[in-house]
Design a protein around this ligand. Sequence first.
Ligand SMILES: [Zn+2]
Length: 388
Amino acid sequence: MSKKFYLFIALLIIGVVASLAIYLQFTPNPSASTIAKPPAKKTGYQPYKHKNLAPYNGPVEHLFFHPLIAYPKKAFRGDFQSKEMDKWFVTIPEFHRILDSLYKRNFILVNINDVYGEIEKNGEKVIERKKLMVPKGKKPIIISIDDLNYYQENHIDYGTVSKLVLDKNGEIATLSVDEQGRKVISKNNEIVPILDDFVKKHPDFSLNGAKGTINLTGYEGILGYRTNVKKYNPATRQFDLDNPQYQKEREAVKPIIKRLKETGWNFASHSYHHRDHSKITLEKLIDDSTKWKKEVESLVGPTKIYVYPFGASIPAGDPRIEHLYKMGFRIFQPVGSQTYEEYHGKMLFIDRRHADGIGLRKQAHLFTDLYDAKSILDTKNRPANPGY
Ligand SMILES: [Zn+2]
């Protein structure tokens, strides 16, 4: 080979390296461009700017609800499920009264993701309270809604709305079937639109625009959209029927999720199948959480929050909770009647308090800091004797 040839090869290599360097320098990094925030879009939702903020280290309350009973006559018809509705749900007037009481008592809504965060300490990741700045005199509270999925047989048929929709102004409303069988679009019969309106009227009730956390299962879809890949088969008692609608339903729910996120709502996992976690096997839990990720997280985005079905928890150190940790969950929430935080280094357990018929009827003394249960209870719509 001639010297000229080697020189040609060397120049070629230098040329390729140089042009590659120039290319990389002037080509935007694709991951950086997706991280960069797009220009602020007008969403019509501007968080209130609070003054007199001070660091807050006291307790952060957490109150959770189920979907509201929009049609009490469907709910309270005197059978087994009616009793369940009375125990675990609240009516529209009750929800309004609870909000009024919380506001009057100087509570302020906060986003759970602004309260707790994962930080690195001595090379290990731990979950801790974040520095929370709250207006002086206000007490932070997290509100969440479990099972905002709208299961047909035990929710919709018993008087909840059917789904969340967007109204003609692009705001969250509900679609439901009233007691006369007519289809209704409304903003007055479910927690999301009622709370949206309440914060519109009382913007100082929300810190940084926070509304609440929506805790979703997946086996019957989410928010009233049947996004589940398989349906329940009564013949085999398994979820082994194909749901031909699921792709269409996934597309249909996306604008609802987008609007919820724009207006202060966030999401958490309530497992896929809503099975009792105190008895669930590791194998079943792996299947359950994999389905949740595939069918629900793929729509609502990742979350660190895991809300136990039936409030039944898994102890620290158990292989099942280690699996959930591996799946990305850090904050685990059973149900309790008092505010309670238990730090386990990389995980955090927090009890949530329940706003429901049992609490209003039987446990008034446990909620006196939040409301006077006697004046909240909807005696007009609830049965005089609930039978429990
Ligand atoms: Zn639940």
